[in-house]
Design a protein around this ligand. Structure first.
Ligand code: FAD
Ligand code: FES
Length: 275
């Protein structure tokens, strides 16, 4: 531990997963940061002198005290994280927030997981947990193209043929979005519970589709996170703090959020449209 808040992670492995997408595995001496990891919770990864980023781990190993972070390179922070080498240090605080809640198996008649782009990364530990329970899920993933497809081998190992891949340009799997592929799947398969993570337009379209079919669901949303401890208000969505009450919200809460699918706050706090 570096101080009360930060845990020192040593970069053990870095992998280029797909175009512009990387994973880094960090190992810790302190067990607290790994012990608190659960599907859908997030950590703050601090690169001194650069930035601090919220990321939801795509894997964790409680025995080796390791966390894997999978991210898309978007700006300065993720570019700096992607340029690290084994042995470099990343300072982690957290994990924070409320992750996915796995419902009682006897209340579920078919579980579906839908990921869009890098949104499949935080869903991987959830899929592992569901696959090792009696709630083995069906998985739909959407990517822009085959070059951006993420964790396809891992997913097929976990769920076998119960996996649908869709790409916008048709270069892998079905041609179309994750929303198109889910709509098609629901024409001939029945699910009573779904989980999703990805671009907000995708989540909003799925939310409406799931509501119309009576499918209970939980979704991992993103807002601008600064403090991550519920104090600064930067991550507010309709009065709820994403870092405390989220980032995973259930269907009942999502239905009450007027800003879901419409508005987010910029780093300065100004409301801007979700694009
Ligand atoms: C709870 C949560 C979990 C996340 N998990 C992942 C993940 O597993 N993998 C992944 O690739 N991305 C994840 N993100 C998004 C990730 O935090 C941003 O992509 C990252 O911070 C971009 O930083 P940057 O410096 O590279 O880009 P910048 O150029 O600084 O920003 C690019 C865009 O990234 C977003 N962003 C930047 N800083 C923040 C911030 N502090 N909080 C929220 N969004 C921000 C904004 O939309 C911004 O327009 C998550 C976000 C949240 C809120
Ligand atoms: S990020 Fe500060 S309240 Fe959520």
């Amino acid at each position: 531990m570096v101080n009360r808040y930060y845990f020192e992670g040593l970069l053990n492995e870095k992998r280029a997963e797909a175009e512009g997408l990387f994973s880094v595995t960090l190992r810790f001496k302190d067990r607290k940061v790994v012990r608190g990891a659960r599907p859908g919770r997030f950590v703050m990864a601090w690169l001194p002198g650069v930035d601090e980023l919220p990321l939801s781990p795509s894997g964790y190993d409680y025995e080796c005290l390791a966390l894997r972070l999978t991210f898309k390179v978007r700006g300065e922070g993720t570019r700096a994280l992607a340029s690290l080498s084994p042995g470099d240090r990343v300072f982690i605080r957290g994990p924070y927030g409320k992750g996915f809640t796995i419902p009682q198996a006897d209340s579920v008649r078919g579980a579906l997981v839908v990921g869009g782009g890098v949104g499949i990364a935080p869903l991987l530990p959830l899929i592992e947990a569901l696959a090792s329970s009696s709630l083995r899920p069906y998985v739909v993933c959407g990517f822009r193209s085959a070059s951006e497809a993420l964790f396809v081998n891992e997913l097929s190992k976990l769920v076998g043929d119960d996996l649908v891949i869709a790409t916008d340009d048709g270069s892998l799997g079905l041609k179309g979005t994750a929303v198109d592929a889910t709509r098609k799947l629901l024409e001939h398969k029945t699910f009573s519970y779904a989980f999703a993570c990805g671009p907000e337009e995708m989540l909003y379209a799925l939310h409406k589709m799931f509501l119309s079919k009576g499918i209970r669901h939980q979704m991992l949303l993103e807002r601008y996170v600064k403090c991550a401890i519920g104090v600064c208000g930067s991550c507010i969505i309709d009065g709820l703090r994403l870092c405390k009450e989220g980032p995973v919200f259930d269907d009942v809460t999502l239905s009450r959020l007027k800003e879901f699918g419409r508005l987010r706050r910029s780093p300065s706090g100004a409301r801007e449209p979700v694009t």
